[in-house]
Design a protein around this ligand. Sequence first.
Ligand code: COA
Ligand code: AMP
Length: 631
Amino acid sequence: MKKRYQDIYDASIKNPEKFWKEISEDIFWYKKPTKILNKSNPPFYKWFEDGVTNSCYNALDYHIENGKGDKTALIYDSPITNNKAKFSYNELKEKVSKFAGALDNQGVKKGDRVIIYMPMIPEAVVAMLSCGRIGAIHSVVFGGFASNELASRIDDSKAKILITASCGFEPGRTVEYRPLVDGALKLSKHKIEKVIFYQRKGHEVKLNSPIEISWDEALSNSKNMDCVEMKANEFSYILYTSGTTGVPKGIVRDIGGHIVALKWTMKNIYNIDDNDIWWSASDIGWIVGHSYIVYAPLFKGCTTILFEGKPVGTPDAGVFWRIISDYKVKSLFTAPTAFRAIKKEDPDGKFFTKYNLSSFKSLFLAGERADPDTIKWAENLLKVPVIDHWWQTETSWAISSNCTGIDMQKTKYGSACKAVPGYDVKVLKSDKSIAKPNEMGDIVVKLPLPPGTFPTLWNADERYKKTYMSNYEGYYQTYDAGHIDEDGYIWIMSRTDDIINVAGHRLSTGAIEEVLSEHQSVAECAVLGIADKLKGQLPIGLVVLKAGVKKENETISKECIQMVRDKIGPVAAFKVVIVIKRLPKTRSGKILRGTIRKIADKEEYKMPATIDDPAILKEIEEDLKKNNILK
Ligand code: COA
Ligand code: AMP
């Protein structure tokens, strides 16, 4: 008989080593681990320390050796370019081993870092897997980030090679990568040795420097490479994510635990079997894309879809239904924003009725809070379970979810369901005591974290310890706040740091403030995330000018907006800057960002006891009204 969720969960918490040892039997190891968990140096835990394996082997070769070489591994569907392609496990392995040879020719060795700054094309997946094949560490940078962000990742990772493309496509505009790459190479102190350009047909760029080489040229004399044996705790990738300061944090992933955990999630969380078709409509630049476009489905040996398009406008709000119907997708994973966008464009689901979705069994949402209205709308339309689950770049897989492959829990709208086996989730109050059911507090996870989560930050052990593991000793601090109810359901209510979630993209308001502060006329500023019906949150900037500034306010606002676009990138969706006279502060000088946000969102707020001058709040309210923020 199938074990139920509670039994499995309890077993994972009571004896994590036994639990994960059994699960680790399901992956390919050159040498099976005998040491399951090294706890000798908390908070630096090591899973499967003496195991030897390879990510790419588990994603490709393993399935081929098990007779599945002809099965489709990857489906590429690009409504934005009208291209489609399918790659079997054999074909994908051929491409990957050949490109691994190209990287080898360029001098990339085990442990070297390779930046991948590419659109959603199969070559991006090939590049990621090729790194794994030869033991290089990839760091994918989302295409919506600008040169500055790319440069900071080059400098921090000290990458040897950068792989990019001639362009990407966004609705209505072509994203030229060359100027962005050139800008980053100028800004970065660390020098990249080679830039490999994938030339998109009809949009080729001229290569004009000795360090540049085209993808095809790099492949021209490459030989197929086999997988190298990697120790379980060596790193497979670095994925930078917003930190509380402008300096992004390099989340690292080790190899063994990553394969073990992600493969397990495909069946247990998502109920996906080898013969199923799975689709994660995210971008490989984000953690959801890493884990659920590329790694987990390929470790599982099922078929994954790479979608280069948007939920609306490519060409219409029916494209998700078209993909599900064309490829007989069993489950889709996306951000609530995508569904809000479809709902806005096609509230009555007219496009939906054109397609046959009989294969479709469940929809998973994550990346930001899923509002009950959107969940209910999707349930009504799709007539399948819609599952909100919660996770972070740091963990690479869900901390809480309805584990549909174990057994279905009932939905509580607004909750991200229960802790996934492996995560001992607690809510702690500011006095560090454990909150009672339904009491709000900081959401933490008792250490050790399960396999596949982040063992440290790239070259920043102290930052790892200080940022995540110090405020509550023995726990990982998620920086999400909320509560757990009497049935064990987890409710994620807000972030406790400066992170905001814009269309499911994680951004730091602190980083945007750093950019605004660089404007010559700006004396001080505050950036806050205000509620937005489509994108969940949107950043707005409030700036106070230096004395004697003559420029028009409108000009300054425009310049500030452009600076954020140039320095962080269009993904910040930063479109509003309001010039104000003064910012509300505490007597000790701390800007009352939380109070301003509440005013902007028309939430009730208490007058902060320590406020310097309460009249400023009225002024701010007026300014927000004048600028149509407060309607
Ligand atoms: N490369 C370059 N630019 C990009 C980009 C990329 N990969 N992705 C987004 N951008 C740009 C957009 O073109 C837009 O630029 P603009 O200011 O010139 O219009 C800007 O970044 C903001 O993008 P976005 O927030 O995505 O807004 P949008 O209006 O283009 O699209 C949605 C709205 C709802 C369609 C879109 O946000 C979406 O698909 N959301 C789903 C989110 C998601 O998948 N998140 C992944 C985490 S699970
Ligand atoms: P990222 O690291 O980009 O995946 O962003 C992680 C953050 O997104 C979390 O810390 C949460 O603040 C938010 N988040 C992710 N999933 C959910 C969810 N299901 N409900 C509420 N917030 C979420």
